[in-house]
Each structure stands twice: as C-alpha cells, then as structure tokens.
Design a protein around this ligand. Structure first.
Ligand code: 26V
Length: 833
C-alpha cells in the first residue's frame, strides 16, 4: 500500500495520500512556483525577505521535490521485487556538494537557472553557499560516494549505510604555515538533502555481560547489555543519472535513549544524566581523522558497532517480508564491507541469527559466509585494524565470544588441512597474542567473507602474496580484484563542462554512462582543430581555477605556467617530500646560478593535503611546503618562474576546480604502498599527464595510455623489496648526487626557516637516516622524469595530443565499470530494469 505524502503544498486528501506522488512540472514556470512555495512553506519567508541561505534551502528543497516521487517509487519497487540487493557498509562517504549533482541527474540545470533568474537570483551565488558534507577522510570515503552514484545510475538494487557525523573532516587552516584544525560544523545552516526519522529509531546496546541458559536441554548464550543508545536514521536520496532512479543512503545518528536518561534521572543526579546523554550522543559526533597509526579508540569501535548493528536490523526489518525464511538470505543480500571499519557486522549478524532468530550455529555460519564480502584498501600493516580483547570484551562481550568460536572452528579446519603447524596457526589466528591479545579485523573479514578484493591489480596481487598468503592458500578462489573507478558524472560532466561539451560534440551524448566510448577520441587527437579546442578548454579551466584561488586565498596564478598538481592526504608513503625536493632543486639551480630563470619552464606547483591532527611528521611536511612557498614565491631571482601554491582545506569542491585545470598529475608514492589511488584516474580523465611510479592503479593507467603518454620513474615494487632487504642507506644517495645534496643542505641550512636550523631538522634526519619510504632512492629518477616533462611541455601541441589520448584511453576507470566488476565477481546482483 503506497503511503506517500504529496510533496506539493496542497494538503493531501485521503484519496491523494493513496495516489502516486505527483512530480512537479519540469518547466520554468513550474519550478518558479515550487521554489516560491518552498520559500513560504519551508522557510517562512517571502522572496523579498529571504536571506541567501533561505534561497539556497528553498532551491535545494525544490530540486528534492522533483526527486521524491521517484525515490518512493524505487523503494517500493525494490521491496516488491524481493531481488537480491547490495548493502554497502561504509564508515565514510565523502559526498561533495549535492545541488549540482541532483540538478544534472534530473536534467533540471537549465530550468532551475532560468527560474531563479526570473526571480532575480543568480544560481551561482546559491551554489556557492552549499557546505559539502565531508563525511570521509580521503580516497576510501570518496570511492564510496562514487559507488553509490554508479549503483543508482545502473539501477542496482542497493542501499548505502553509514554514520551521520555531526562534524565531518576538520576544516584546515594555516597559521604561520602550520596546519590548524577547525571543527566542520556542516549542519549549522540546515541540511535540506536529508530526511530525519526519529520515530524509526532503533535501540543499540553496549556493555554488560553474557550468561548461559538452558533451552530444551541445549545450553545457549545470551547477552545482557549494560547500556543503550538510539540510532536515528537520516535518509538521503542518491539520484541516478538520467534514468529516473533514486537510491537511498541511510546514515545513522546517535541519540540518548529515554530509558537511559530516566534511570539516572530517577537516581536524582541531573548533572550525571546530562553527562550520560552527551556520552551516548558522542557516538556520531565526529568523524575520526585517519591517523598515522590507527588508535584503539573506544569511541571508534562504538561508532563501528553502532552503525552496522542499526543497518543489519534495518535491512532485516524493512527489506524482508514477514516470516521470511532466513536460510534464503544469501539470495537477498550481500553486505559489502568497505575496509575493516564495518567488520564487527560479522559477529553481530551471527548474534542476530543465533541468539535472536534461534538458528543453529552451523546454519548461521553457512549463511553469514555467503552474505559478506570484504574490500581491503591498504597494504600498510599498521593500517590494518585490531581491537584489544580487553576492549571488545568490555564493550561487546557476546561478540567476543562469537569471534572466539569462529576462530576456534577456523583454526580447527586449518589444523585438519595442514596439521599442527603451530607457526601457521599463530600467523592465521584471528586473535593475535602480542603485543597484547587482540582481534585482527582483516582476518575476521577474510574468514567470513565470500570474497576478498583489493582495489587495483597490483594491490590485489600483493594482498594475496604478501599480506594474506596463508589465507589465499587456504581459500582458493576467494581473492579477487576490482580496480577502483570514479564517477564521470561528477568528475567530468560537472567539474569540467567545457571538456564534457567538447566530448559530446565529438562523440554524441552516451559517454557519460558508457565511458569506454571515450576511445572514439583517439582519432580526434590527430585533428588539429580538435586539439586547438581542447587547449582552449584547458586554458579556460585554468582561468576558472585562478579566479577561485584569488577569491578564496588571494593567490595569483601566473599566466602560461604549467599547473603541476599534487592533491591527496598528507602521508609519508605518498611522498609529498619528493615533490618538495624537486621544487627545492629547481629553486636552488636558479639561485646558485646554474640555471637561468628565463630558461626555466614556468610552473605553478599546487598542493592540497590535510594531515591527520596527530601525525606530527605529516604536519611538519605541510609546514615545510608553506615555508618553501614563502621563500620561492618572494625571491626576485626566480622571476616568477616557480610558484608554490598550497590552498588550505582541500576538499571535493576544490578538487572539482583543480583537477580540470591541471597539466601534470603527481602520483609518486613508493611502489607497493598506494593501494590504488583514485585522484590519478580523475586527472587522466581530465587530460592531465601523469608523472608516477609503478604503483596502485598507476600501473593500469600506464598500460592503457601507453609509455609515450605517461612519465614513469622510480623503483618497481620488487626493486623496493630488494633494496630494503639489502639495506637501504639513504646517505649514499645523498653523497652521490650533487643536486640532491644541495637541496637537502639548503633545507638543513635554515633557508626556509629564517636561518633556524632546528625547525626542519627532523625532516632532514628522517630522509637521511630513517625513511621507510625511500624518498632519496627515487630522487634522481624523479628529477630526470621532471626534466622530460619540461621538454615535453615545450611542444604544446604534442602535449595536447598526449592529453587527449589519456582521456580517450581511460574510460576503463569509470566507477560504473568497477560496479559491473563487483556484480560479476562478487555480488551477483543483476540490475533492476
Ligand atoms: C592509511 C594509513 C597509512 C599510515 C598508517 C595509518 C593509516 C591508516 C589508514 C590508511 C588508509 C586506509 C584506507 C584508505 O583510505 N585507503 C585508500 O583507499 C582508496 C580507495 O580504495 C585507495 O585509492 C587508496 O590508494 C587507499 O590509500
């Protein structure tokens, strides 16, 4: 029975409430009417009294109104079809702004622009008011956002589940060149894209103890929790592109339970009750900024359990018909675990089946192993989550018991297969014994998951061979690869309208949902007129970026400079330091008189990077980049040939401006450390050439675009391994390379710190004596590659041709293709057409 409420202002009669929701007319007049009504009814203002925020919210609400009918229809159809669906479990969604994406998906951009103009409003001014929901740290969160876009566009029955953090990723500011974090209060001015459903809250429990009891002669276990919180769902519409589909993203907010408060209130301690409420609500208060070492923070485990427990219950309660035969669950759902963050869902699912649904353990385990799949997003051992047994036992005692039983049975099976090989048993145990007894979440996910995937070919291979080799041997066929992708809607159509128009002129409109069609551009690369138009688009994008950076940060980007861009989280393994050494070398060559400024190819080096607040070395590197910029940008000897620009607070919104303007994409991680990278794909698809190592998805980009259109440098992963085991001695590289010595000496001399040699000393000693990421080993090769870049850039027409070939050959990196691979290799969930 449909129970939708009309989105239009007229009060629904009973008959209307049963009728399908009317979609507001897609005309300028219809839009104006709806917009004005929303100003009145949603904001309680008139056009003349409306503040800019009122106007933005009314506009957003108007666009939302166009989506609601389709959304409700899709929810109904998905339930009715009882088809197998994907529950994407992710602690992060780095969504970016919603308005433009929804306008694009619904074909309302022109209508809305005209309608607002008719009301005397410039839509661009309202666009600029939207605060992006920054509910993620970096690549992993942005990937989740690209995936839900593709799932909706491809009509795959699916729902995204996550956490509605009140504060997203911190806002980065620089004070004297150093990062200072500010809270990201993204909800302050209201959030027009969400629907809160406090009435549908669920109770999520923590703590307490377990007890055994007798049930018909069988001893069973149950959990007697110590405290509860409420999980309130907030629904977001995820609009498919031009297909009339709207999927759901459901994010949970923690709210104190009444019972929880009352108990303490009744004890008469008001202040304690308020404190308890704050404690409960802290669970969804803030996104954890990924750290240099993942800390065993109790609150983080609370967040993880909170959202997966709510999501599993939500699925079982709302997506299944009453009386559903739970043994058929694998025909209905696959829970995709986005890294280890949601892995506590595995014992929770077992607890629900065994304790609440009274299923036998073996049957429940059989089902669980078919209902989960795990994506690993890293290779760094220190980034693999573990939870101490002490903490898990205190917070989730029943889950710890379940994990122990899973482990016992798993290790028994390992013994059966390999005999009493204690070394192997210790290595494969889900429970680590040292340095403290703890649960290895990646192992738990691997044992429970039907499939385990890495995020690029090289990463998946290293995952099998280096990180989980025993598991690969034990579970043949379990490991697979799905190379990441990015959504062409946001990162081409929206971010680069000029290029999108050019492509459509050349190839017709279908490429936005079939990115392999970009291949058709190969022949256009040979066409001088097309190249000229492409060069014009690039130049226009640079002007747009330049305007944005002037308005935002007061920067002046010089005309005609190559834009050399490195934007990504600040991590030692990503090697922003290698980029700094290149800049310092270029600078030093000029000031030492070895190179004349006028002979230097003008370059603007653009950085964007947030460092985790507790990651001291990363913050020092940010400080150094700013310090180098301060000196280089103001040294008259440089004659403006080199510019270092580091706009603070890099986020999705800024990415959408920077990437289309870039000439050169820096993807320079130490081989074997970057699982995939997705920025690399966005740049190539926007016609930047890559300078990169043989790492992550760079490998696949280079294979596709060809060696002539990619600046490869650095050690390969086996070479890295070999040098590391042989013994990496950075000082030798320093001694043998004059450019390198001069660059390091200049930093050490205090040239970038007003003569103070102590400020950047820790960076210098790290590079010379203690660098796991072997920056100096790749320096010479990197500088040579940069010299090749300069030479290539001198022939603008040839550069443009290479840029077009990059675009033409990178259609593979659409997230639509990634989702197709997930469907074929892991989910087996056909689209619902
Ligand atoms: C990395 C590190 C590195 C230092 C130690 C602590 C720590 C903690 C977390 C992480 C990131 C792990 C998860 C992640 O964000 N991975 C990224 O996922 C992207 C999407 O698959 C992928 O493109 C990136 O290469 C990968 O770093």
């Amino acid at each position: 029975m449909p129970d939708q409420i009309s989105p239009v202002s007229s009060k629904p009669s009973h008959a209307l409430a049963l009728a399908p929701v009317p979609t507001p007319p897609s005309t300028v007049d219809g839009f104006v009417k709806q917009f004005l009504e929303n100003l009145n009814l949603e904001r309680g203002v008139t056009l003349s009294t409306a503040s800019p925020n009122d106007r933005y919210i009314a506009l957003a609400t108007t666009v939302r109104d166009f989506l609601v009918a389709r959304w409700l229809e899709d929810i109904r159809r998905q339930k009715e079809a009882q088809a197998k669906g994907v529950c994407y479990l992710s602690a992060e969604y780095l969504l970016g702004r919603q308005l433009d994406n929804n306008l694009l998906a619904t074909r309302l951009t022109d209508i809305a622009t005209e309608a607002l103009a008719a009301c005397g409003i410039d839509i661009d001014e309202l666009r600029a008011l939207e605060v992006e929901p920054g509910l993620g740290n970096g690549g992993l969160g942005r990937l989740a956002a690209c995936f839900i876009d593709s799932l909706a566009t491809m009509s795959v029955p699916s729902i995204g589940y996550g956490i509605r953090y009140e504060y997203g990723i911190f806002r980065q500011t620089f004070v004297d060149g150093q990062q200072v974090e500010q809270p990201d209060a993204w909800l302050t001015l209201g959030s027009p894209w969400e629907f809160a459903h406090p009435e549908a809250a669920q109770t999520i429990s923590f703590g307490g103890y377990t007890e055994t009891f007798d049930e018909g002669g069988v001893t069973r276990s149950r959990w007697v929790p110590g405290w509860n919180v409420q999980a309130v769902p907030y629904n977001y519409m995820v609009s498919g592109y031009h297909n009339g589909r709207v999927n759901t993203l459901r994010l949970w907010r923690a709210v104190a339970t009444d019972a929880f408060d009352l108990r303490i209130f009744n004890s008469g301690d008001y202040e304690k009750a308020v404190r308890a409420q704050t404690y409960a609500e802290n669970i969804s208060k803030v996104l954890y900024p990924e750290d240099s070492t993942p800390q065993g923070k109790e609150l983080r485990l609370q967040q993880q359990y909170f959202f997966v427990a709510a999501s599993i219950r939500d699925f079982l309660d709302h997506m299944l018909t009453p009386g559903f035969d739970l043994s058929k669950l694998p025909d209905r759902v696959i829970f995709q675990l986005n890294d280890t963050h949601p892995v506590i869902a595995v014992p929770e699912f077992m607890r629900v089946l065994v304790d609440e649904e009274h299923m036998e353990w073996d049957a429940a385990w059989e089902i669980t192993q078919q209902c989960f799949a795990y994506t690993c997003h890293t290779l760094l051992p220190e980034a693999l989550e573990v939870w101490s047994v002490e903490l898990l036992g205190r917070l989730l005692p029943r889950h710890l018991e379940i994990i122990y039983r899973i482990n016992d049975e798993f290790l028994a099976a390992v013994r059966e297969r390999f005999g009493d090989d204690e070394m192997r048993i210790r290595n494969m145990s889900i429970i680590a014994e040292s340095p403290e007894r703890s649960v290895r979440m990646a192992y738990l996910a691997t044992v429970a998951g039907a499939k385990v995937n890495g995020v690029a070919e090289l990463h998946s291979q290293l995952l099998r061979e280096k990180v989980l080799p025993d598991f690969d041997e034990f579970y043949p066929g379990k490991f697979t690869n799905v190379t990441n992708g990015v959504t062409p809607r946001r990162f081409l159509r929206l971010a680069n309208p000029g290029l999108a128009g050019l492509i459509t002129d050349a190839l017709g409109a279908g490429w936005t949902v079939d990115l392999e069609r970009l291949r058709g551009l190969e022949s256009f690369a040979e066409d001088p007129e097309f190249r000229a138009r492409f060069a014009e688009v690039k130049a226009a994008n640079k002007r747009v970026l330049s305007d944005v950076l002037r308005a935002r940060d007061g920067f002046e980007v010089s005309d005609g400079h190559m834009l050399d861009v490195m934007v990504k989280r600040l991590h030692e393994y990503k090697r922003q330091m290698l980029k700094v050494l290149h800049i310092v070398t270029s600078y030093e060559r000029i000031v030492s008189g070895r190179v004349r400024a006028e002979d230097v190819q003008g370059r603007a080096f653009i950085f964007g990077a947030k460092a985790a607040p507790g990651y001291v070395m990363a913050k020092r590197i940010i400080h150094l980049i700013n310090a180098v910029g301060e000196v280089v940008n103001n040294d008259p000897r440089v004659e403006g040939r080199l510019q270092v620009l580091f706009p603070p607070n890099y986020n999705v919104t800024l990415a959408e401006r920077v990437i289309p303007a870039a000439d050169l994409s820096e993807q320079i991680s130490l081989a074997g450390k970057e699982a995939s990278g997705t920025g690399n794909m966005k740049f190539a698809l926007n016609g930047a050439l890559t300078i990169g190592t043989d790492d992550g998805a760079n490998v696949e980009i280079r294979e596709l675009v060809g060696d002539d259109n990619f600046f490869l440098f650095g050690m390969t992963e086996p070479e890295v391994e070999e040098l590391w085991t042989r013994g990496y001695k950075p000082a030798e590289f320093y001694q043998q390379d004059e450019d390198l010595r001069r660059a390091i000496d200049l930093i050490a001399s205090g040239a970038f710190s007003n003569g103070d040699r102590t400020v950047f000393e820790p960076i210098v000693s790290n590079l010379l004596y203690d660098d796991r990421f072997m920056v100096l080993a790749d320096y010479a090769s990197y500088i040579r590659a940069q010299d090749r870049v300069d030479a290539a850039y001198a022939d603008q027409d040839a550069w443009t041709k290479a840029a077009i070939l990059n675009i033409a050959r990178c259609g593979f990196f659409s997230s639509d293709r990634s989702i197709r691979d997930y469907i074929d290799r892991i989910w087996h969930t056909p689209p619902m057409l």
